[in-house]
Design a protein around this ligand. Structure first.
Ligand code: SIN
Ligand code: CO
Length: 377
């Protein structure tokens, strides 16, 4: 059973003063923290074909990137290097458990937990990210330097795959020990250099691009708009200059487009966008049929898959449940099963019996099973 850690943080103060605004060092953010996944286990996980892994090496003033899977010989290098493992929380429940520390931030904002191992002097270079991140020190020590605010106009080194800053202006420095956490908002330049061997757990957040939001919103609206509606201009003013599109014509166009955009379009698109899975689930039909049969027979428990992206939204006609990029509407009473499942990642005992006795809640569990968000045992 994974250990439950406590986060030593004044959440209200953090959200009001730091979240999306300025960095914060949370000294001993997790008191007594002991890294749940060792550097040796990390080295082994990077052998796996399915796990997204990279090595960044700083050799002869050049930043080099290699993609995994790796083998032992990849770990024999003369220059400082770092191994990065993406979404380790999808594979290691003890690592996934760390996401629960962030339960004061809506779950749909959480992305995944990246782990890094670096040899002495290892680093991924000075850079900025577009996402909020909590950098939790696992083993050893890392010196973090924080620099200027950056955006898409900030100059980068010419590199095909890495986004390394060509200039880094160090403004603050922190030496992190196990259990210390450094929060960094989007856009703040940072550079972490291992002092001896060390590991870092990056609890990362997702923020949809405005581009994607507009495009998904428009897609949903287009599905609902009547394609037989056309531009109309009753009481037209006579044309005086041949060929001209007049300001008055444009006013009409904008007003009509605006009226179309204002039409009730529902907002399934948002939850579907932010619950899109990082990796497409691969489901085996036989396993699914077996799990469905077990759900009918009465399983011991139903648990959230560590990789599941799940969220819900209350609407006037029920609750929309988003599961790995998909959505379905259920009656409001399923919340008595859904909220505990989202909070504790597990339903069992009386809570599960009650859910299975209610047709809608049982339907919800079946839906979550089909969308690969839960497993049963
Ligand atoms: C690292 O763990 O080395 C890099 C994490 C980051 O800078 O986002
Ligand atoms: Co970063």
């Amino acid at each position: 059973m994974a250990k439950s850690w406590q986060l030593n943080l004044d959440r209200e103060h953090f959200l009001a003063r730091h979240w999306q605004q300025k960095p914060l060092l949370i000294s001993q953010g997790i008191p007594g923290f002991k890294a749940p996944f060792s550097r040796h286990q990390m080295a082994g996980l990077a052998f796996e074909e399915d796990v997204e892994s990279r090595i960044i090496e700083h050799r002869d003033e050049q930043w080099m990137l290699e993609h995994g899977p790796f083998s032992n010989s990849d770990y024999q290098r003369d220059s400082p290097w770092t191994l990065l493992l993406q979404a380790v929380d999808h594979y290691i429940p003890e690592v996934a458990e760390l996401r629960k520390l962030m339960d004061f931030i809506p779950q749909w904002r959480v992305d995944d937990i990246m782990l890094s191992y670096a040899v002495d002097g290892g680093s991924v270079g000075p850079h900025y990210d577009n996402y909020d991140v909590f950098l939790l020190q696992g083993e050893g020590q890392r010196l973090w330097q924080l620099g200027q605010f950056c955006d898409e106009t900030t100059p980068l080194l010419p590199h095909d795959d890495l986004r390394i800053l060509s200039q880094f202006e160090c403004e603050q420095e922190y030496l992190l020990n196990p259990g210390d956490i450094l929060y960094i908002p989007p856009g703040v330049a940072h550079w972490g250099i291992a002092q001896g061997e060390c590991t870092t757990y990056s609890i990362g957040f997702r923020a949809p691009r405005l581009n994607d939001m507009v495009s998904r919103w428009a897609d949903q609206l287009l599905e609902q708009l009547d394609s037989e509606q056309f531009y109309h201009d009753a009481r037209l003013e006579p044309a005086s200059r041949a060929g001209e599109i007049r300001p008055r014509d444009i006013e009409r166009v904008v007003a009509q487009v605006q009226a179309a955009l204002d039409q009730e379009s529902g907002n399934h698109w948002f939850g579907e966008l932010v619950t899109e899975p990082r990796y497409e689930p691969e489901q085996d039909d036989d396993d699914l049929a077996e799990a469905k049969a077990l759900l009918d027979d009465g399983p011991e428990f139903v648990a959230l898959s560590p990789a599941a992206k799940i969220a819900w939204q209350q609407e006037s006609d029920g609750v929309i449940v988003f599961a790995n990029g998909d959505s379905e509407t259920f009656p409001e009473r399923i919340l008595s099963a859904l909220i505990p499942l989202c909070e504790h990642w597990r339903l069992d005992g009386e809570q599960l019996s009650k859910a299975l006795a209610d047709e809608a809640s049982k339907g919800l569990l079946g839906y979550l099973l089909y969308s690969d968000c839960v497993y049963v045992e």
